[in-house]
Design a protein around this ligand. Sequence first.
Ligand SMILES: [Fe+2]
Ligand SMILES: [Fe+2]
Length: 170
Amino acid sequence: MREERWSAYLDCVGELLSTPQVQAMKHIRHHPGVSCFEHSLFVSYVAFCLAEKWRGDPRAAARAGLLHDLYLHDPKCMPSYKQCFAHPVAALRNARVLCGSLSREEENGILAHMWPLSSRAPRSRVAAAVCLADKLCATAEVLGLWRRSALCRTACRPAPAFGGNAVKNG
Ligand SMILES: [Fe+2]
Ligand SMILES: [Fe+2]
């Protein structure tokens, strides 16, 4: 993984990464052995790279990717079919509170990330990048590839990535 790209990525989301809301995702389990924070960071970085490749807006893709699962509740508090459709709405609500305002691309990127399971479809390169990144990252996490990735090694180092906070759970 190129250091310059990682540093360009951090320029887009550095401030968001250190907020209590985003840090709170470290305490929510998303996939086995992977916190919601790790998953969101992974999706955010991959969406950033895809948007760069597709000549979309990498900053919007990185931000929407980081916030796409900011639902901030225990996913087991509701049946999984309900969680599947409800969590993007909760994530958007929390993202609006956190950021004040979001671009239309960022909002659609968060709301449509479950497509084609949900009926809301991605309507921009940013939203398509988040949607595809979510599937790719979830697959890599379930297969145990995230832990072995260069991104995980870079992101999990304690400093100075995001004000000294390591990515690991808890
Ligand atoms: Fe999600
Ligand atoms: Fe996700």
